[in-house]
Design a protein around this ligand. Structure first.
Ligand code: IPM
Ligand code: MG
Length: 357
C-alpha cells in the first residue's frame, strides 16, 4: 500500500504528522513518501505542483493531503498560487467524485452554533463534482496582465460548463451512495437561471430512472443553503456541481460544530483517491500547535476504507476518535466549558493510545 504524503502549507504539516502517527500505530505495512505541495513547493521549486510531486501522487494507491494556501501568495500570477496544486491534482488524476460527509458527533452537539435539537444525530453526505463546472471552464486562467491582478482591465470572466458524461458519472456515484444509506438524493442546481444547471437537472433526472429504489428531489442552491441551516436533518445524500458543492460543504461542515472534524475523499474511476480535511491551511494559527488534527485522522480512515481495502482499520480509527471525544479531550475549535483543552500533538497521541487499548 503506497501512500503519497502531501502536507502542504500552514497547519497542513502539523495535522498530517498526527495522521501519519495514527497510521503507523495500526500495525499495518505502508510505504509512505512525502513531497512538497502548494506554497511550500512554490518556495522550494518555483511551482505549487512540481512534476516530481505529481508523479509521486500518480503512482500512489492513495494520497494523504493536508492543506494549501497562504495570503502571502495572493499577488502571484494565478498559475503559481498554492490552490493550483490541489486543482491540478484533481484534474490530472481525474478525481471527479468528492465525498464530504457532515456528521455531528454526539459529544460535540454543544459546539455547533445551531440549536442542539436541529443537529443531534445529523449525518449527511455531500457529493461534489470536482473536475468540471466554472472551476475548469474555457477559457481558464485568462489574464489581462501578467501579475493576474487585471490593472486597468474592464472585464474578467470564467465560463460555467458541464458535459453529459461528467454529470452522468457523478449522478451514478450519488445514486449508488444513496442505495447504501436512506435511498434519497437531493440534486442541487440553479436551473431557474443557468443553462448549465438546467442541463445538470435533466441529466440527473435521466440517470435517476435507472435507480427506481432511490427517491430524487431537486432544490435550487439558494434554497438549499437556507434549508441546511433551517432543517439540516431533512437531507441525506446531496449531489451538486463543483462551485455549489464548495460552498454548501463548508456550510454543512460548520453545522456539525467544527470544520476541524470533517474528512473528505476525492475518488477517480479506479478508486484511487486523495484524502484531505475539509478545512483549509489556516495560516493564522499555523505553527502554534493548536490545530485540530481529527479531520485529517478521519480522512486517513476514509483512505483505508475506500482506496486501501482496510475497512476494519478504518473502523478502529473512527472508534478511537469517538473515544478521545468521550474522554473530554478538545482542541481549541471544539472546546467548551467542562472539557479538557489539548493541542495538536496531544490529540494525536490520545488517538494512538485509544487505538492501542
Ligand atoms: C476546497 C477548497 C478548494 C476548492 C480550494 C483550496 C481550491 O476550498 O477543497 O473546498 O475551492 O475546491
Ligand atoms: Mg472549499
Amino acid at each position: 500500500m503506497k501512500i503519497a504524503i502531501l502536507p502542504g502549507d500552514g497547519i497542513g504539516t502539523e495535522i498530517v504528522a498526527e495522521a501519519v502517527k495514527v497510521l503507523n500505530a495500526l500495525g499495518l505495512r505502508f510505504e509512505m513518501e512525502t513531497a512538497l505541495v502548494g506554497g511550500a513547493a512554490f518556495d522550494a521549486h518555483g511551482h505549487p505542483l512540481p512534476p516530481a510531486t505529481l508523479k509521486l501522487a500518480q503512482e500512489a494507491d492513495a494520497i494523504l493531503f493536508g492543506a494549501v494556501g497562504d495570503w502571502k501568495y495572493d499577488t502571484l500570477d494565478r498559475q503559481f498560487r498554492p490552490e493550483q496544486a490541489i486543482l491540478g491534482l484533481r484534474k490530472n488524476l481525474g478525481l471527479f467524485a468528492n465525498f464530504r460527509p457532515a456528521i455531528c458527533y454526539e459529544q460535540l452537539v454543544g459546539a455547533s452554533s445551531l440549536k442542539p435539537e436541529l443537529i443531534a444525530g445529523l449525518d449527511i453526505l455531500i457529493i461534489r463534482e470536482l473536475t468540471g463546472d466554472i472551476y475548469f471552464g474555457q477559457p481558464r486562467g485568462r489574464r489581462v496582465a501578467p501579475d493576474g491582478n487585471f490593472p486597468g482591465a474592464e472585464e474578467a470572466f470564467d465560463t460555467m460548463r458541464y458535459t453529459r458524461p461528467e454529470i452522468e458519472r457523478i449522478a451514478h456515484v450519488a445514486f449508488q451512495a444513496a442505495q447504501k444509506r436512506s435511498k434519497r438524493v437531493t440534486s442541487v442546481d440553479k436551473a431557474n437561471v443557468l443553462e448549465t444547471f438546467q442541463f445538470w437537472k435533466d441529466v440527473v433526472t435521466e440517470v435517476g430512472k435507472q435507480y427506481p429504489d432511490v427517491a430524487l428531489d431537486h432544490m435550487y442552491v439558494d434554497n438549499a443553503a437556507m434549508q441546511l441551516v433551517k432543517a439540516p436533518k431533512k437531507f441525506d445524500v446531496v449531489v451538486t456541481g463543483n462551485m455549489f458543492g464548495d460552498i454548501l460543504s463548508d456550510e454543512a461542515a460548520m453545522l456539525t460544530g467544527s470544520i476541524g472534524m470533517l474528512p473528505s475523499a476525492s475518488l477517480n474511476a479506479s478508486n484511487q483517491g486523495l484524502y484531505e480535511p475539509s478545512h483549509g491551511s489556516a495560516p493564522d494559527i499555523a505553527g502554534k500547535g493548536i490545530a485540530n488534527p481529527l479531520a485529517t485522522i478521519l480522512s486517513a480512515a476514509m483512505m483505508l476504507r475506500f482506496s486501501l481495502g482496510q475497512p476494519q482499520a478504518a473502523d478502529r480509527i473512527e472508534a478511537a476518535v469517538k473515544t478521545v471525544l468521550s474522554q473530554g479531550l478538545r482542541t481549541a475549535d471544539i472546546y467548551s466549558a467542562g472539557t479538557r483543552r489539548v493541542g495538536t500533538l496531544e490529540m494525536g497521541d490520545a488517538v494512538v493510545r485509544a487505538l492501542q487499548t
